[in-house]
Design a protein around this ligand. Structure first.
Ligand code: NAD
Length: 330
């Protein structure tokens, strides 16, 4: 009779351990690798669940997937609690649970709040690395909320940017971006949306807007735009005509047309599914990416569970190696 083996210990990683060990570099390569694995058919996301729970005005859900190439299986669970800020807590709350794909045994419980910000910034940064013009000098930031400074720091590492121009619906938050620019010694200017479009070579949108904030006519030829805020049905950050005109890339096509920035252009019949290329194809060399210096490229970063699992797996490996994880017998 086979002997029953003892269960390996489960790693617990707090938010502060994740912040300590997962930097922008680790997040960038984890996200780049998993996008490539998705495009190669080695990794897939399972259907997302997101529900209003009828308590505390909360939206709760889970994003799950399996990466056969990276052997990462798990789920990110959490959501949005709008009243948290009044209690001094983050509105977005999440935890990642990783399982051993060979046995199904619990492998790790990982704080997901910091990792969500760093993986979302990595996603836009990967798009800039692969799609923006090499000579991009001016970065445009639309949005100055919680995610925006993570986005700004990661983007500034991708090209030799000399200036940041920024606009936010609530201008009183723009100091957050100005402070990062001062720290990194990059010139900063608060501008209106049309000036931003006229100057920027790369634009990141990271807002919770439900109406277009940038119109097609305002954007410079050759601009790369990473639309990162639209992750829900009904949200919108840019003109659907801009989406239709741009060469479109995304993390996952199914999400892009249903809940990402491309949803409006898709439902209005301005684009079809085949107009959108998974960025993993560019990363893997299966698609050439930008075709010339005047093309507008647009990355629809909808946010997939596999990104969360990828950064959580990296965090777990480092934390176990460096004895920073709490190990619990389960
Ligand atoms: P936040 O609440 O901290 O900031 C919201 C931002 O949107 C602020 O800049 C605010 O001024 C702006 N804003 C609010 N109402 C607006 C309006 N009506 N018009 C224009 N701008 C408006 O949120 P955050 O954590 O910074 O997240 C920003 C967005 O990114 C959210 O929509 C969030 O759901 C989304 N998000 C996407 C991903 C992804 O993977 N794509 C991951 C995390 C968050």
């Amino acid at each position: 009779m086979n002997q029953i083996k003892s269960t390996p210990p489960v790693a617990l990683l707090s938010e502060s351990v994740c912040e300590q060990i997962v930097g922008r570099k680790e997040a960038f390569s984890a996200v780049e690798n998993v996008f490539a694995a998705m495009a190669n058919g080695d990794a897939y996301n399972f259907p997302v669940v997101r529900e209003a729970i009828g308590h505390a005005n909360a939206l709760y859900g889970f994003k799950s997937g399996f990466d056969k190439a990276g052997l990462t299986l798990g789920v990110k669970s959490g959501g949005y609690w709008p009243d948290n800020a009044a209690q001094g807590l983050t509105n977005h709350q999440s935890t990642v649970i990783l399982f051993d794909p060979d046995t199904g045994q619990l492998r790790a419980l990982v704080g997901g709040n910091y990792l969500t910000a760093v993986r979302t910034a990595a996603s836009a940064a990967v798009s800039i690395a692969h799609l923006a013009r090499q000579d991009a000098k001016v970065l445009g930031m639309v949005g100055a909320g919680h995610q925006s400074t993570f986005q700004l720091r990661a983007a500034l590492e991708q090209r030799d940017f000399e200036k940041v121009v920024a606009w936010n619906y609530h201008p009183e938050y723009l100091y957050r971006l100005a402070d990062v620019c001062a720290e990194l010694e990059v010139s900063f200017e608060a501008v209106d949306q049309q000036v931003l479009g006229a100057q920027a070579d790369v634009i990141i949108t990271i807002t919770s807007a439900y109406e277009p904030l940038l119109m097609l006519d305002w954007i410079k030829p050759g601009c790369h735009i990473a639309c990162m805020g639209t992750d829900t049905v009904g949200k919108q950050e840019v003109d659907a005509n801009l989406v239709a005109k741009a060469s479109l890339f995304t993390d996952e096509v199914a999400q892009s047309i249903s809940l990402g920035e491309a949803q409006h252009a898709f439902t209005n019949g301005l684009i079809t599914q085949s107009d959108i290329t998974p960025i993993g194809k560019v990363i893997s060399g299966l698609h050439g990416g930008r075709s010339d210096d005047s093309e507008i490229t647009l990355f629809d970063g909808t946010g997939v569970g596999l990104q969360d699992l990828a950064v959580a797996a990296v965090a777990t490996d480092i934390a176990v190696r460096d004895k920073l994880a709490q190990l619990v017998c389960f």
